[in-house]
Design a protein around this ligand. Sequence first.
Ligand SMILES: [Zn+2]
Length: 444
Amino acid sequence: MSESLADLHLHLYGAIPASLWHDLIAGRDINWHDYERAFAAAYGRHVDMAGVLGQCDRNSSQWRRHFEFGSDDAGNFDRFQAKFNLLISSSALAGLDGSASPWRAVELELDRVVDGLAHQQRRHGVDYAEYRMMFGPRHSPATVERAARRICYAMGQQSATTMRLALSLPRADPWPMWGVVQAVLASDVGSSLTAIDFCGTEEGFPPQALAGVLADVHRFNARHPDRAIATLVHVGESYRDKTLESAVRWVHQAAVGGAHRLGHALALGIDPQRHRDQTRHESPAERLDQIAYDLEHAVELRRFGVRVDIDELGRERLQRQAQSPRQSIAVHYDQDRVDQVRRRQEFAIHALRDRGTIIEVCPTSNYRIAGLTHWPQHPLPRFLAAGLRVVVGSDDPGLLGTSLRQELSLVGSEIGVTATQCDALVAQAWAARSECLAGRRGVG
Ligand SMILES: [Zn+2]
């Protein structure tokens, strides 16, 4: 691995190592109530965080156990979110409510976070790192703009490692925050902001709903090539509220909607055999979206061996339209249905390959958060065999106790990717930096 290393899938706060966060919050007066309540709900036990922090040294294994989302914690997104809440609850950003703003504390925290991460990446030999940042629903657009500008400023001060910011927009209503992004881009620190992202809970937020804002970003890029940004969407990581068919469709639709890179996209490639004999449920609205998709792509789907009966779908559509939105549709996965899902995945994988869409694979995150139980279940080899463009990222390396080098090592040792393929993944990441994908003027 002699080429330049780029980590393209990182979350700013999830990247913070346990020791750095201990340095930042020790001695602070922190209200742990919300964190302790969420932790108890997800883990079924109480934790006294003020007591833990008082007892633990910054490098102690006890502190790391509380801070990190380790293999013992693995299982689902709720447990991960509970651990992430430790950061949210104790951040100086939690004190910002738009009125009596302790801005000095926030700026100091952001400066130390960016500086600490830059030095850590340098130690790991990472030359370029893109960090996503999601602000909370209580943060006003003015607050987000001020904090984002500070992050961009701090990133611009770093010389050892190139750092870039991607602002994460709320899936429910991205437009106000898209306005914030444009204001930051127009500022003197806008060169450090190179993408928007959608992360957090997927369920309930169909990617089709993002198509409007993604199209607006592409129009913005055409008007402002010196500030063009990439579009990143987490999709197909968690899909508990829908059928496998719909989960595959969501990944495809996120790409069609204009995303440059897709985070995780596990639903696109995980072997559906693991769902054999299971029953899944979805809403009539989800099923209607699936019917519309099948009718739109009937010819191509059939080419991949998917059965599409247009008359039958037309009849079912009338029936579903008459159903109450609160009804739940049950789908059972026998062997035939499993085989059909696999064919649908093939169709969508080829569609993404033809579009040049890039998949971001984060192995440790996938294993612990998305519920893989064996490394061979990871779809990375299938993606590579199909010729998809893939990059490896570390997602939340602080919370997960990992690094880009560890993730690249895992894809070889546990997922079975060859050394040649691994080198190609490293090169792919360098080529898939947001500023390159967006075609930002002046970027080599
Ligand atoms: Zn992520």
